[in-house]
Unconditional design. Structure first.
Ligand code: SIN
Ligand code: FE
Length: 289
């Protein structure tokens, strides 16, 4: 297997250039790793590095485009400071992506920015939500019709603990492994799910297959162990970027991370043929959206 991780030495959010090899690697599903690029917290902000800051009923603390903060338990003054910290990460992540991938430009749609203070090792969850199992990201309630999920992550752990990921095999290999056992798409079932408001819009065949891959990967204990994979400790004070709908990934350990999701229409990629939509369409042999 080709190296799945590409290391980039740049240490400044504003000076990462649009390098063809990096762009190709990212769009091929590899992870761009910036070991020297840190999201620095001020001394005042460091007090937000506690799991108590999160409302236990909510998975992650998040800040949306309008500046609305969700999921934090703190005084109003602290909430404002926390929002400013998350906003600063949001701006940095956008600057990085604009420098690295100028063609995406105004086609990018920014999702809320998240701050994840929970310790991964001890988090208990259902198999479907368990990101300690290799998977590709797919949203059960929000069909995206092939739109890309680009993510920027920063490990802000103050004690130097790495964010330990496993990175699996290329998307096409995953798809060839699991497509033969995917349940067939049913249009009437998709309509029922929409009517019951399980999904926010009609689940396309693409969205169905992505969920099938996500679930089948997580449920297959042997695959989790035996699939070709690499353990990657993303160091404290580092950043990494990947298309999480394409990169097979799992998080095994770590605490305190910032995350920005950016959505991108497939046709704005440098190479739309490398997208999961194009790969699945080719493998299945008919249009999926
Ligand atoms: C995930 O997208 O699977 C979670 C990544 C992480 O929490 O490090
Ligand atoms: Fe994930």
């Amino acid at each position: 297997m080709d190296p799945q991780i590409i290391e980039i030495p740049h240490a400044d959010w504003h000076s990462v250039p649009a390098n063809d090899a990096w762009i190709r690697a990212l769009e091929a599903g590899k992870v761009l790793y910036f070991p020297n690029l840190a999201f620095d917290l001020t001394t005042t902000e460091k007090r937000f590095l506690t799991p108590e800051i999160r409302d236990p009923k909510i998975r992650n603390i998040s800040l949306d485009a309008t500046g609305h903060l969700k999921g934090a338990v703190a005084t109003l003054t602290d909430q404002a400071q926390l929002a400013a910290m998350i906003q600063r990460f949001r701006a940095n992540a956008r600057t990085l992506i604009d420098g690295l991938l100028p063609r995406y430009g105004d086609a990018l749609r920014m999702a809320p920015t998240s701050f994840r203070p929970t310790r991964v090792e001890t988090r208990s969850q259902s198999w479907r939500a368990d990101d300690r199992r290799l998977h590709v990201d797919a949203f059960p309630s929000r069909p995206n019709y092939g739109e890309r999920i680009l993510r920027v992550f920063a490990n802000v752990n103050p004690e130097g603990a790495p964010r330990e990921w496993r990175v699996g095999e290329p998307f096409e290999t995953v798809a060839m492994h699991f497509l033969p056992r995917a349940k067939p798409y049913s249009a009437w079932r998709a309509r029922l799910l929409q009517m019951a408001r399980v999904t926010k819009s009609l689940r396309s065949e693409y969205d169905h297959l992505m969920l099938q891959l996500h679930d089948a990967m997580k449920l297959d204990v042997d695959y989790q162990q035996d699939a070709e994979q690499l353990a990657v400790p993303f160091q404290a004070g580092s950043v990494w970027v990947c298309f999480s709908d394409q990169t097979s990934h799992a998080v095994m350990a770590g605490q305190y991370m910032m995350e920005q999701t950016l959505h991108l229409p497939v046709e704005r990629q440098y190479d739309p043929a490398s997208s999961p939509l194009a790969i699945l369409t080719r493998l299945v042999g008919h249009p999926l959206i």
